[in-house]
Every structure is written in C-alpha cells, then in structure tokens.
Design a binder for this molecule. Structure first.
Ligand code: SAH
Ligand code: SF4
Ligand code: F3S
Length: 431
C-alpha cells in the first residue's frame, strides 16, 4: 500500500482541500504516513504573499530523501511549470479548481507519469466530490460554499489563481453538513472568499437563507463562517445571526485600511463610514459579538497620514483580533505596478506599530471578560501547560482551564485571567 503525507500552507480553504484530498486518497487505498516514510508528499500551497511561496520553495529545495511530490493549490496555479523544471521530484501540478483529477494523476505519477492540471479557463471546475472524513479534530469541519472570487482587490492574487466566483448548490452544502454531523461533527465553519456573495449566481437562495437551512440541521451545534466582505454583508445575514442560536456571534470583517483614499486604490468597494455603519448594525443586533479583522500596511503610496488613519480605525472599532500583514506585491495584480512602494524597513515599522496598538486593545477586551461564564467546546489538551485543556467560546476565543478528557464536549468555564491571546478559567457546574 502506498503512503502519502500532506503539507498544508495558507488559509482554511486549503485545510478543507487537504482534508478532502486525504479522504479521497484513503478511499483509493492509500495510507497516510509521516513525511519521512511517504512515497508521495502532497503540498497544498498558498500564494497570498511572497513569503508563503518562499516556504514551499525552501521546503522543496531541502536536501535528503526526495519522495515524489504533487504541488496543489494556489501556488501551483500561479507559478506553474517552472516548479517542474526547478524541483525534479515534482510530478503533479494541480490548480485549486482541478482537485477532482488529482488522485488519478498521483497514481499515474507512481508509474512515472508527470501531469499538469492547471486552469487556462478560470470558470472550469473539476471539484473533488468527497466529504472531508479526515479532520484535524473529528468534531469540527470546514465546508467551502463558494469557489473563486470576482472582487479583484488590487493587491490580491486570489481571483487570479482561484478563478471566477461560483456558489456550490445549497442542496450539496446541506447534504455535506448532514453527513459531517452523522460522522460526529458538531461545529461547521463555512468558507468562501466572500461568503456574503453566496447565491448571487444562483436562483432563490442567499447567504442568509443558506445559514437558516443549515441552522435546521439536527445535531449541528455551532455554525461559523469566513470571510465576510464589508460591501456585501446584508441585514438579512445580521438578522439570521441574531435569530438562530447555532450561528456563533463572531465575524471576520476585514477592513484592510483606515484611509478612504487607500481603500479606493485597493478597489475594496466601501469607505470607512460605510464600514462603520455595518459594524454598528452588527454590534447593535448582537451585543456579545466578537469581531476580527485584516489589515494591510504599506500598500503602495500609503502616506504617513493614511497609516495614522489605519491606527485610528483600530482604536475606533476595537477588534478582538487583527491579522495584519505588510503589503507584498503579487505578479499580475493591479497594485504590483502602482507607484510608491515603501521600503521594507518602513513597512516593518508600521506593522510593529499596528501590532503594538492591537495587543493593548485585545488585552483590554479580554480583561473585560473576567468573571463571565462561557460555553466552551473542548478541543483537547492545551499546547502549552501541563494538565490544561483548551477550547473555544462561541466568539472563537481560546480558553485554557484545568481538566482532562472532555474532547468534543461543551462545558461551562468561568474566566479568571486573560491576556491578549487567550482566556484562562475553571470549569463550573452546569445548573
Ligand atoms: N477574501 C478575504 C481575504 C482573503 S486573503 C477578504 O476579502 O478579506 C487574506 C488576507 O491576506 C487579506 O484579508 C489581506 O489582509 C491579506 N493579503 C491579501 N493579499 C495581500 C498582499 N498582496 N499583501 C499583503 N497582504 C495580503
Ligand atoms: Fe482577494 Fe478581495 Fe477577493 Fe478577498 S475579496 S479574495 S481580498 S480579491
Ligand atoms: Fe492562500 Fe490561496 Fe488561501 S492564495 S490564502 S491558499 S485562497
């Protein structure tokens, strides 16, 4: 029996794709083994920033034993055949919309064939019809609800590598969630580059209606989703969140910049005032809402004043967490040819300033939760700390508390301590 190993880079969509790839290979008689023993290593790759690609290149370039490799996903699609020339162990290239053909191609790779499955047509789709039976935690799963993205934010490679936006049919999504629940899943996170566009290419269905259908799935306890686009987040979705108890009060609402001038250059389709209006609508409907956001610093031409507006936005909106990054030019995107690229040192300074400010805000928000009781889904033993368990609140905050066992169970925890990254507490008896 052939052994495979998976290496996953990038976003949650890649985790979902990796889980489905592993499930498919298992069904076809492959065995998942440690990388050192693998006959084949599948790299599920990311192109979002140069660093994400560098990691894969340095990994592939390492000395030592070289099993056959399939490079799958966004970087395979972006970089293409150069990877075959550069790294002789690479025998399969597979774009993110061709996963349905991957297993056949890797089996042929074992016989000595090299296969290139890239999309010249950004609408073509050969998806993998496989539910993710292999999961990091048996009781949680991702489910992609839409492929691709049509927004073409000027910095972003995703529309270039993941192709055109296409919603999965609601029936397929509901069936998948049902069978995941039958397989022990209690928490599902729906994925799309812009989940709020779900259904705009179908008839009679919207993201809000999908959320409501999924809320009706018996046995499902928690429903999450990412990523929201501020320009498309509707009142219907907010109402569904407020009315359906299974939908977790947590949103990722990327702001990307605090300056209207920069938002315009980014082609984001909203300004700070309309962002504020949306976040206000969310927070008044959902008092316990946690909001995370994404922010890019040192976008081409970002002035000191623009940057100050980003800091101001962090102070104003008080996000629970912010995924910040320095702008990385992506070949073929509009912004890659914009003037005003900032020196790396300056980008670093801005990134540090953002992170310092946000650390203080996150610490204050978490400290305000002392004494509160949260229902926590237990993930398992904490990564750090003897005898501690780790779980997540509905707001997706990490909670550490003494205990053992309880994986996949819901427990109540009272918060006794907090830092910027996590809450600490102890179990309380359920009334
Ligand atoms: N679809 C999501 C984001 C997907 S990419 C959205 O619209 O918000 C995830 C994050 O990576 C983005 O939110 C952005 O903050 C960051 N990112 C994307 N392209 C980048 C680039 N070229 N340089 C730096 N950060 C980037
Ligand atoms: Fe990229 Fe913008 Fe699409 Fe998000 S919405 S994936 S940032 S192009
Ligand atoms: Fe990366 Fe592709 Fe996700 S570029 S962030 S793996 S959509």
């Amino acid at each position: 029996m052939n052994g495979f190993a998976l290496k996953i880079f990038g976003c949650q969509m890649n985790v979902y794709d990796g889980d489905r790839i592993a499930s498919e290979l298992r069904v076809r008689g492959w065995r998942e083994v440690p990388e050192e023993e693998a006959d084949l290593v599948v790299y599920v790759t990311c192109s979002i920033r140069d660093k994400a690609e560098q990691k894969v290149r340095s990994d592939l370039g390492r000395g030592g034993r070289k099993p056959l490799v399939a490079v799958v996903g966004c970087m395979a699609q972006r970089v293409g055949r150069e990877l075959l020339a550069r790294f002789p162990q690479v025998r399969v290239l597979c774009g993110p919309r061709q996963l349905g053909r991957l297993a056949g191609a890797v089996e042929e790779a074992m016989e000595g064939r090299t296969t290139v499955l890239l999309d010249d047509d950004p609408r073509a789709l050969e998806d993998l019809e496989q539910i993710p039976r292999r999961r990091q935690l048996p009781f949680k799963s991702f489910v992609t609800i839409a492929h691709g993205c049509d927004n073409f934010c000027t910095y972003c490679i995703v529309p270039h590598v993941r192709g055109r936006f296409q919603s999965r049919l609601p029936g397929a999504v509901v069936d998948e969630v049902r069978s995941l629940v039958d397989d022990g899943v209690v928490e599902v996170t729906l994925l799309g580059q812009n989940v709020n566009s779900y259904g705009t290419d179908l008839q009679g269905v919207s993201f809000a209606s999908l959320l409501r259908s999924l809320s009706a799935v018996e046995g499902l306890r928690r429903l999450r989703f990412a990523t929201n686009h501020p320009k498309d987040l509707t009142d219907d979705v907010i109402a569904a969140m407020a009315e359906e108890p299974k939908i977790c009060p947590a949103v990722n609402l990327p702001i990307q910049a605090g300056s209207d001038r920069v938002l315009k250059l980014m082609n984001r389709g909203y300004d700070v005032a309309s962002y504020a209006e949306r976040i206000g609508a969310l927070r008044s409907a959902l008092p316990d809402l946690a909001v995370t956001s994404d922010l890019i610093v040192a976008f081409p031409g970002e002035t000191e004043e623009d940057f100050t507006l980003s800091l101001e936005a962090l102070r104003r909106f008080r996000f629970d967490q912010v995924h910040s990054a320095a702008y990385s030019p992506r070949p073929g995107t509009a912004a890659a040819s914009f003037p005003g690229r900032l020196p790396a040192m300056e980008a670093r300074r801005r990134l540090n300033a953002v992170n310092d400010l946000q650390l203080g805000i996150a610490r204050e928000i978490n400290a305000s939760l002392l004494g509160r009781v949260f229902t926590v889904l237990v993930d398992g033993p904490a990564h750090r700390g003897e005898g501690l368990l780790q779980g997540r609140t509905a707001t997706d905050k990490v909670v550490l508390f003494p205990g053992q066992g309880l994986e996949g169970r819901f427990v109540d925890v009272v918060v006794a301590d907090a830092d910027a990254w996590s809450l600490k507490g102890r179990l309380v008896e359920r009334m």
